[in-house]
Each structure stands twice: as structure tokens, then as C-alpha cells.
Design a protein around this ligand. Sequence first.
Ligand code: PRT
Ligand code: ZN
Length: 285
Amino acid sequence: MERLKIAVQKSGRLSENSKKLLEECGIKFSNGISVLKTTANNFPVEVLFLRDDDIPQYVEQQVADIGILGENMVYEKAKDVEVLEKLGFASCRLSLAIPKEDTYTGPAYFRNKKVATSYPRILGEYFLRNDISAEIEEISGSVEIAPGIGLAAGICDIVSSGSTLLTNGLKEVETILKSQAVIISSRNMSDDKKEILTRLLFRIRAVKNANENKYILLNAPESAVTEICRILPGMKSPTIVPLVEKGWCSLHSVVKEDEFWERIQQLKDAGAEGILVIPIEKMIL
Ligand code: PRT
Ligand code: ZN
């Protein structure tokens, strides 16, 4: 039987979440894990462990059928692959940064200056779009030290908390790309593999929806129900169950994780009490 080959990062920032995602999809891996690949024993997939930089090329060449990696790497490598799904982890941005004591004058600041980066293609396209001629110095690691050692005037690198820039005396001045982990796929796949991929994507979306939402239960006086339903749209609309106490009911719904705190405040203001928030295991829309 054919198996869908999935490329994931061997060791790095994407590894744990990539493996966790597949496990949350109910995929179990046999114990005989070799360093390079492992086979699932309850779903027709095989996982290849690779450096993230190599994943786009391997997917293009169909060594792997799909891959999990950061959008930054997908766009930098610019291989002929398709981006199928955003996964909601490893969020970061690719930004330009300059010494913190310098005054930033807009993208023109970089005109005729040298900028160090591991992302020459994305940066080159950015300068082209902004009609800036600057020199791009490609380096593969520790980009943030380049201005300090006099190698470049500024840098273009991945930023997440910003603390690396801070400790190196740099400030972020432009965001070129926002990135998160995505699934890419080869453009040529057998019908059998496409079918496995469809089943896998169904599971991934259920896991992703569950992670992005919370189940919420609350008590409210009947007079507040209309207002609360407006705040909590739910999957279709909230479920309302009457309480034994007259004039009160319990409302059940789903709330987005990233709107959660804002919604809770609105619910309290509308008269909700006894609010319970529960993680969702899987969510199929
Ligand atoms: O060995 P391999 O080539 O597989 O791994 P790698 O070392 O090239 O990649 P890795 O594991 O560092 O990152 C993999 C992917 O994670 C990246 O391509 C991004 O999509 C994503 N990601 C998310 C990050 C970060 N956050 C991140 N903070 N990648 C790198 N960083 C680095 C950044 O380069 C800088 O040095 O962390 C530093 C900045 O972090 P803050 O928090 O100080 O701003
Ligand atoms: Zn890498």
C-alpha cells in the first residue's frame, strides 16, 4: 500500500510541534524509530526527519509528498510547491533591524548600505519593490552580530520576542514578512496519496480548530440572553438550558482562543456568572 511521505524538521523550533500535531491526529509511530524516518502503524504515512532548509526541495522533487515548515523558508527557497494550510505555531516575522542609536528614515535608510541576512531572496524582492539599491550580504547564522562587528549596517532576520535584537543593540524598523508553520505539498501526487492527504488534512483541521477554540459554559439571567448570544455567536448559535432557579439559564458555546479575554469581560459586563472554560479535544465544523 502507498504511504504519504511527510517531511518534518529533525531538530529545531518546529520539531516538537510538528510531531505533536501528527500525534494529536491520532497517528501512532512504531517504536523502531531510525534517525531518518519512521512509519506510522495505524495510518498510511511515513515521516522523514530533515533540516528545514531542505524540505522545499525534497517536496518539489517528490522525495517527500508534503512537508511542515515555516513560511519564511518556503518563500525563500521558492520551489515549485503548494502551500496547503497554515498551522498556527512557530509564529515569527522577518524584519529589518538597525543599530538602536541610528535614526530611521524609512526604507531609503538602506540605500547603498550593506544588509546581512540568511534570506537574500525575500530581502532582494523587498528592496526591488521599494526601489532601493542596497548590498545584500548573505550569511548563514548569527546574523544579529553583523552590525556590531562592522560587517553590515543593518540586518534582516527572524524576530519573535525581539530579545535577540535588544541584546545586540539593534532595533526593528520594518517587518517584511509574517510567518508561521505551514504544510506544503508536491504538485504531483498519485490519487491514492491525494486521498490519504485529504484524510490527514481533515484531522489536522479538527485539531487546529480545537486548539484555536475553547468551550464555554455560563449562567445568566434570561433578560441577558439576547445580549450574551450577540457576544458569543458559537458554531451555529449557543445552546441554552434552563436552570432550576426561575428566570436563569445556562449557555454553552465556543469562543476563539485569541478573543477569549475580551469576550469574558464583555460577558461579565452583560451579567454572566459562573463562567467555565474548557479545552476542546477535537472540533469538526
Ligand atoms: O537545523 P535546521 O536547519 O533544521 O534548523 P534552523 O536552525 O534553520 O531553524 P530553527 O529551528 O531555528 O527555526 C525553524 C523555524 O522556526 C524558522 O524557519 C521560523 O519559521 C520559525 N521560528 C519561529 C524561528 C523563531 N521563531 C526564532 N525566534 N526561527 C528562528 N528564530 C531565531 C532568529 O533567527 C533569531 O536568532 O531566534 C532569534 C530571535 O528570537 P527572539 O525571540 O529573540 O526575537
Ligand atoms: Zn534551517
